[in-house]
Design a protein around this ligand. Structure first.
Ligand SMILES: C[S@@+](CC[C@H](N)C(=O)[O-])C[C@H]1O[C@@H](n2cnc3c(N)ncnc32)[C@H](O)[C@@H]1O
Length: 353
C-alpha cells in the first residue's frame, strides 16, 4: 500500500545518523518504509513544518524535501473479515456487516443479533483495519421519538458521539446521541441545494443539524429559515455555520414548527423542505400556510407496497387538497434510499397553487 507523504532526502551514507536523530526528535513517520534510490535515501516525515528541528544536523549535508509515495509498514489484515479469521467461524464471518455509516471520524456498525457476543472484537478489528477512524459505535435499537435519535454502544476507540462530517465540502457538526444525522442523504442534500434560486426564502421545517440549510446557503444567496424542535440540533447547526463559507443567510430557529407557523405571517416561503419522513404528513397544514402560491414543496415519506410512487402521489394530492390548496405539478418522485425491506424513503417535489 502506498500514499503521498512529506519526505527528507539525503545521501544514503548519512542515512543511519539522520534516521536515528529523526526518531529521537519524533519526526519520523513510522507508518511508512524508507526508500533508497540512486544513492539517495527518502525518509518519510510526520510533517514538513517540523523540518526546522533537524536543520542543525543537516549543516554539511546536501538535502532536499518534497512529497512522494512510500510503501506502508503495515503488514496486518486489510479487511474486517481477514482481521476476524480464527476468531469467528466461517458462518459467522458471512454475517459480518458489509455496509457501515462513516460520519466524520466515527464509524457506525449494525452488528447482527447472532454476533452480539463478538461486538467488541468486531469493533476492535474494524479499528485495526480502518485506523483513520477514532471511534467505532454499534447501533442500539431503532431511531425513535420526536427527535428521531437512537442509542449507541461504544465498540472500540474513543468514547464520543460528536464529530464533524463533510459532504461535498460542506462541514456539518454532528452529535449522534443528541440529534438526528444520516450520511446516507448527501445526494438529496446536494440535489435540493442545486434547485434553489437567488433571493428565495426557503423554510427547512425539520432541519435537524441543518444539512439542507448549510448546503443551500453555501451555494446560493438566499434566506433559509431552519426550524427544529430539538435544541441540540439547532445548537449544532449554529456551530456549523461559521465552519462554512456561506453566501446565503441561515436563520436557525429552535421551535416546534406548529408554533413557528402560528407566530409567522402566512405565505412567506418560496420553498419548504419537509424531511421528517415518519411525521411529515401531519404537517401539511403548516407547509401550506408557509408556501406562496406557486411555491415548491419537497415532501418526504416512508412508503412501501407494489407501487410506492403511485401511492405517494395520490397521498400528497389528497393531503394538500384537504388544506384548500392544490398541486399544479409533481416535477419529481425519487426513491432516496431503502428504509426497510420493501419500503422506501421517498421524496416528491410538487408545485403548490
Ligand atoms: C429526520 S430528522 C431531520 C432530518 C434533516 N432534515 C436531515 O436531513 O438531516 C427529523 C427532525 O424533525 C424534528 N422535529 C420533529 N418534530 C418537529 C416539530 N414539531 N417541529 C420541528 N421539528 C420537529 C426532529 O427533532 C428531527 O431533528
Amino acid at each position: 500500500m502506498t500514499k503521498e507523504n512529506p519526505y527528507l532526502c539525503i545521501p544514503v551514507e548519512h542515512g543511519e545518523q539522520i534516521r536515528r536523530r529523526l526518531i529521537d526528535l519524533e519526526l519520523l513517520n513510522t507508518d511508512f518504509k524508507l526508500v533508497a534510490e540512486d544513492g539517495e535515501l527518502y525518509i518519510p516525515l510526520i510533517d514538513h513544518a517540523v523540518l526546522d528541528q533537524i536543520l542543525p544536523d543537516l549543516d554539511s549535508i546536501a538535502y532536499s524535501t518534497g512529497t512522494r509515495e512510500f510503501p506502508s509498514t503495515y503488514t496486518g489484515p486489510t479487511t474486517l473479515r481477514d482481521a476476524l479469521e480464527g476468531i469467528l467461524t466461517e458462518e459467522q464471518l458471512d454475517l459480518l456487516p458489509r455496509a457501515y455509516d462513516l460520519i466524520g471520524d466515527i464509524a457506525v456498525l449494525e452488528i447482527p443479533e447472532e454476533l452480539s457476543d463478538f461486538q467488541y472484537a468486531i469493533g476492535e478489528a474494524f479499528l485495526q483495519v480502518r485506523s483513520n477512524f477514532t471511534t467505532i459505535l454499534g447501533k442500539k435499537g431503532a431511531i425513535k421519538g420526536t427527535l428521531r435519535t437512537r442509542e449507541y454502544v461504544l465498540l472500540a476507540g474513543l468514547d464520543k458521539t460528536s464529530t464533524t462530517h463533510t459532504e461535498y465540502g460542506c462541514k456539518i457538526a454532528v452529535n449522534l446521541a443528541k440529534a438526528y444525522f444520516s450520511p446516507r442523504l448527501l445526494e438529496e442534500h446536494n440535489r435540493i441545494a442545486q434547485l434553489v434560486g437567488k433571493n428565495e426564502h426557503v423554510v427547512d421545517m425539520f432541519t435537524g443539524v441543518g444539512p439542507f440549510a448549510l448546503h443551500i446557503a453555501r451555494k446560493v444567496d438566499c434566506k433559509v429559515t431552519a426550524v427544529d424542535i430539538n435544541p441540540n440540533a439547532i445548537a449544532l447547526l449554529k456551530m456549523s455555520m461559521p465552519m462554512n463559507r456561506l453566501i446565503g443567510q441561515i436563520e436557525a430557529v429552535n421551535h416546534d414548527i406548529r408554533n413557528y407557523v402560528k407566530a409567522t405571517k402566512s405565505q412567506i416561503a418560496d420553498r419548504v423542505i419537509m424531511n421528517h419522513p415518519s411525521g411529515s404528513s401531519d404537517f401539511i397544514s403548516e407547509a401550506c400556510r408557509l408556501l406562496k402560491r406557486g411555491g415548491i414543496m419537497h415532501y418526504y415519506d416512508f412508503i412501501g407496497g407494489e407501487d410506492p410512487e403511485g401511492a405517494i402521489s395520490v397521498k400528497i394530492k389528497q393531503l394538500v387538497s384537504k388544506e384548500g390548496r392544490r398541486i399544479d405539478e409533481i416535477s419529481l418522485i425519487r426513491r432516496v434510499r431503502d428504509s426497510a425491506p420493501y419500503e422506501y424513503h421517498i421524496v416528491v417535489d410538487a408545485i403548490i397553487l
